[in-house]
Ligand binder design. Sequence first.
Ligand SMILES: Cc1cc2nc3c(=O)[nH]c(=O)nc-3n(C[C@H](O)[C@H](O)[C@H](O)COP(=O)(O)O)c2cc1C
Length: 507
Amino acid sequence: MTIRIEEYHRQTRYARYDLGGRGLDLGTQPKVFKTYPGLANVPLPPVLAHPEDALSSVIHQCAASEGTSRLAVDCLAQIILLTHCLTAKARYGGEEFYYRSVASAGALYPFELYVGVRGVEGLADGLYHHSVELHALTLLRQGDVAATLIGAFPWGPGTSPPLIFFLTSIFYRSSWKYRDRAYRYDLLDTGHLAENLCLALQALRLPYTLSYDFDDNKVNEALCVDPDREVCLAVASAGGANTRANDAVTLSESAAELRDASRVAVREAGSPFIKETHIATSKKEQPSEPLPKMLDHLGLKMEGAFEKLPPSKSWPEVMSYAQAVFKRRSNRNFVPTELPARYFVSLMELIVAVHKRDHEPEVPQATPAVGVIVGSVQDVDPGFYLFDPTENSLGLVSAGPLIEVSAHACLDQQWLRNCALHFLFLANLEHLEKTYGPRGYRHVMLTAGRLGQAIYLGATAMRLGCCGIGAFYDDEAARMLGLNEHSYLLYLVGVGPLRKWAERGGQ
Ligand SMILES: Cc1cc2nc3c(=O)[nH]c(=O)nc-3n(C[C@H](O)[C@H](O)[C@H](O)COP(=O)(O)O)c2cc1C
C-alpha cells in the first residue's frame, strides 16, 4: 500500500470533540535518555567560554576562510553543548525531570544525536552517540564511519568530513502520547534540534551542509539503530571536506546489541502507520527549476500587494546567542501588549536568514510557506498575512482580529489570544508531493521545526515569550485561513510580550 503524505496528514488531524485520545499508560512510558549498557562513556571536556556574539550576527555568519586548523575535541564539546543540553530540573511525582535547550512537543524528546568523527584532535576516529544526560559520548564504532557511507549523501563522492552529525528520532517516545499524529512531532522536534546545530556551527564559523536527503537504509544501518523504532531524519557534515580515509570500521558491540538500544520501554505499542509513512517518505523527486514558491499554491487571494518591510537598524537583544540557547523555555504567560515594530522586523529578519541558508544552490530543500497572524504589533493592522522571505515582504490576506479565532482553533489554548503574533507554517501537500516527491513532507516539517527553534531563540534574546503549538484542530485552522483543499497548517509558533516584560515597561 502506498501512503500519500496528504493522507497521513489528514488521517492524523484533530477535530473538535474527537481528539482520538486515550489515557496515558505510565507502565509503558518511554525512557527519555538512550543508553548503551556495557559501553564506556567518554566524558566531553568542560566548555570554559561560549561565543559572545548576538543571534543577529550568528544567523548571518559564514565559515572562516580556508586553512582552519585541525578540529579538537574541545570544539566538538562546544558544538554539542550549544546544540543539545539539559537546562532545568523539575520534580514530577517524586521523580526528577530535566528540560532541555531544544523545545519538544509534550517534552517527550524523541530525538537523538550521533557524530561520526575523523581526524579530530583528542578523540579516536569513530561513530559516537551523544548522551545528553551525561554530556558524554559513547563509542559505537571505531574507524572512519563516513567511509562506509560513500554514495549515501548528496554531497561530494569520496569525501569524509571531520564531523558528520546524524539526527535521529525514536518513534515510540512521542507516539506513546500522540499516537499516529506523533510522526509530525518527530519531524518538527528534530527540526528544532537541527537548527540549534546549524547555529552552533555558524557561531563557531565552521563550514557545514545540512541535508534531509540520504540513503535511509545505509545510514540507519551505519548508525546501528533499529529502523522499526529509530530512524535518521537529518545529517550535517561539518568542518570541511577531507579526502576519504580507508580505515577499517569495527563495532564496539554486536550490531544486534547496539540496535536493541533503540528500544525505550519494556512494552512498546508502536504505530505501524508511522513506520509505513516514514518508509513512504523515503522517495524524492528532483524539482524542476525554478523552485516552486509554496505561498503561490495555498489558494489564497491577497487583499493587498506585498510590501517590503523596513530593515531593522539593530535588534533589541538583551543577551548573547549562547545565553539565549541556555535560557530558552516555552512561555504561556503572555500579556496583550503591543509589540514595538523593531521587534517585529527583527523576528522577520530571522526568518529571512534561515530561508536564505536553505536556498544555497547545493542543497535545494522544500520549504513551507510562512504566514503571520498579527494580533497587536505597532504599525501593522491585525489580520492574516503571508510573508515572502525572498523579498522580506508582507502581504495582507484578510484583516481582522483573527488571533482569537486562531487560539480557538488551537484546542482553545486561550493564553494564545494574548500573543502579539502567531507564526504559521503552511504547505500544499499535493503540490509538495508532485514537485519534491513524498520526501518533501520531511523537508517542510523539519524546516518548520528549524524556523520554530530560531524564533524561540530570537524571542528569548529579545526577552519576549514564545511557544510552539502542534495541537490544533486542523480543519478549523485551514478554514480560518481560507486555504484550498490540499493545503494545511503544519505548525504554529506564538510570540509576544510576557508579564515580566510589561512590568519592566516594555524592555
Ligand atoms: C512541535 C512542538 C509542538 C508543541 N505544541 C505545544 C502545544 O500545543 N501547547 C503547548 O502549550 N506547548 C506546546 N509545545 C511546547 C512544549 O510543551 C515544550 O517545548 C516542552 O514542554 C518543553 O518545555 P520547554 O520548551 O520550556 O523547554 C510544543 C513544542 C513543540 C516543539
